[in-house]
Design a protein around this ligand. Structure first.
Ligand SMILES: Cc1cc2nc3c(=O)[nH]c(=O)nc-3n(C[C@H](O)[C@H](O)[C@H](O)COP(=O)(O)OP(=O)(O)OC[C@H]3O[C@@H](n4cnc5c(N)ncnc54)[C@H](O)[C@@H]3O)c2cc1C
Length: 314
């Protein structure tokens, strides 16, 4: 079975299983579950073409609404969930609309956009421990969420459901600069009816559509450093607090882009230096060489290490 990541690289796992609640434990017992990779919609993971792995996709499309809580199965599409929440007059996910991928992957890197992180509304995450095959729930604080990070990046847990505690009153969060500027410039009166469309338009100004141009969204995390560490004045600072500074990876890449040795036709997106695109079907190795070139060039120029946002399976 050949699978494809949204970056446009095909891969062929040793085995590929789709599992449901009914056959989950039985199927996982038949493989070395600890070594299996869980797949969502492959918009934030890139695999070597000849990866020697067993891959599992968990299918649960059940959804329940109980007061202000929505609990959603892992395989529900993320953007569909955002639409469902608004249709149920429940709010808090709007700024995360149009993020590609599945509900089950949303806690993994604590997806975020336009000043909102999913961790702000997660009530609990239900998971299956791939070592013991036991199912259990983690509360929000047990998930150790921080910027593009969670406990799930270091544990072998399969996420089966995610539960969200939402608001019953629509209070749009338009504080993020590019969003508020777009709303003001186009004189939009934001309502629950037009917020998803507005977010979609703002996203489309900077992010390519995966159906048209293979990509994984932002390719590098914005580095976080101690607040007392000095940085080159060419680097944009996104956020500053008493303890840390969040640096713009896009501004660093933008300053060195003429020095980069990108391979296989891989490009920086014309509207956003943080997005790598793959218009000419570059191979996995060409991607690895391109990543190294970006990381090394940024480090030589600014002394800052970049970390990839997508998970790369060599
Ligand atoms: C055009 C574009 C724009 C994007 N914009 C944003 C953005 O604004 N903000 C943002 O945060 N991200 C963004 N992303 C990244 C991506 O959409 C998210 O990371 C999304 O959550 C990935 O979902 P997925 O189902 O495709 O995950 P996958 O790529 O399939 O998996 C990602 C990781 O999660 C693990 N995983 C998946 N499902 C499960 C599960 N059920 N249990 C346990 N582990 C699991 C996988 O093993 C893998 O390690 C963007 C990506 C693209 C292509």
């Amino acid at each position: 079975m050949t699978l494809r990541s949204s970056f446009g690289i095909n891969f062929k796992p040793n085995n590929f299983f789709e599992v449901t609640t009914a056959d989950l434990k039985q199927k996982l017992q038949s493989i070395d579950a600890k070594k299996a990779v869980i797949l969502g919609e492959n918009t934030n993971s890139i695999f070597n073409e000849s990866v020697e792995l067993d891959c599992v996709r968990y299918i649960d499309n059940e959804l329940s609404v109980d007061g202000s809580t929505i609990t959603a199965g892992a395989s529900i599409n993320w953007h569909e969930l955002v639409k469902i929440s608004i249709n149920n007059n429940l709010y808090g996910l709007e700024n995360l609309s149009h993020i590609p991928g599945s509900v089950g992957a949303s806690p993994i890197q604590n997806i975020g956009a336009y000043g909102q992180d999913v961790s702000q509304v997660i009530k609990f995450v239900e998971c299956l421990d791939l070592e013991s095959l036991e199912i259990f729930q983690l509360t929000n604080s047990e998930c150790n969420f921080s910027y593009r990070s969670s406990i799930f990046q270091s544990k072998k847990y399969l996420i089966t459901k995610v539960s969200f505690e939402l608001e019953t009153t629509f209070k749009p969060n338009l504080n993020y600069k590019s969003l508020s500027e777009y709303v003001a410039k186009n004189s939009i009166n934001i309502s629950k009816e037009n917020i998803i469309e507005t977010i979609g338009r703002v996203r489309a100004l900077r992010l390519p559509d995966i159906k048209v141009l293979p990509n994984c969204g932002s390719f590098f995390k914005n580095p976080i450093i101690d607040s007392d560490q000095n940085v080159d004045s060419k680097i944009d600072i996104i956020e500053i607090s008493e303890s840390f500074k969040k640096l713009s990876a896009a501004s660093m890449i933008g300053h060195v882009k003429h020095k980069l040795m990108l391979q296989g036709g891989i490009e920086l997106h014309k509207n956003h230096d943080l997005v790598l695109t793959n218009p000419k079907n570059a191979s996995f190795n060409e991607l690895l060489e391109s990543i190294e070139s970006i990381k090394n060039t940024v480090f030589n120029e600014f002394g800052i290490h970049l970390q990839t946002e997508p998970i790369i399976y060599k």
